[in-house]
Design a protein. Structure first.
Length: 87
């Protein structure tokens, strides 16, 4: 099984747009026992990927608790980069 941060990035190589909660839901079957599979750590991983040019912020909305929910996606160049390093 690949490291959690790699799995998070690989989720976006199919062109999806997702928020941290959706990333957690998509990975919980395989990574449920990982302490880092929580909103704070997943958001940190996603924002780091944005800083490194692998992902971009796609949209924002308020959730049911009036907290900002950020959606992320990867463009074609980011997808190619992720796939070249993570097989």
């Amino acid at each position: 099984m690949m490291p959690l941060n790699y799995a998070i990035l690989k989720l976006f190589t199919d062109g999806r747009t997702a928020c941290p909660e959706e990333v957690i839901e998509a990975l919980k079957a395989d990574y449920a026992g990982y302490k880092a599979l929580n909103k704070k750590e997943v958001l940190n991983t996603l924002l780091t990927a944005v800083s490194n040019g692998l992902l971009e912020e796609a949209s924002f909305e308020l959730d049911e608790n009036s907290e900002i929910r950020i959606y992320f996606r990867s463009n074609a160049e980011g997808i190619a980069t992720i796939n070249s390093y993570i097989r």
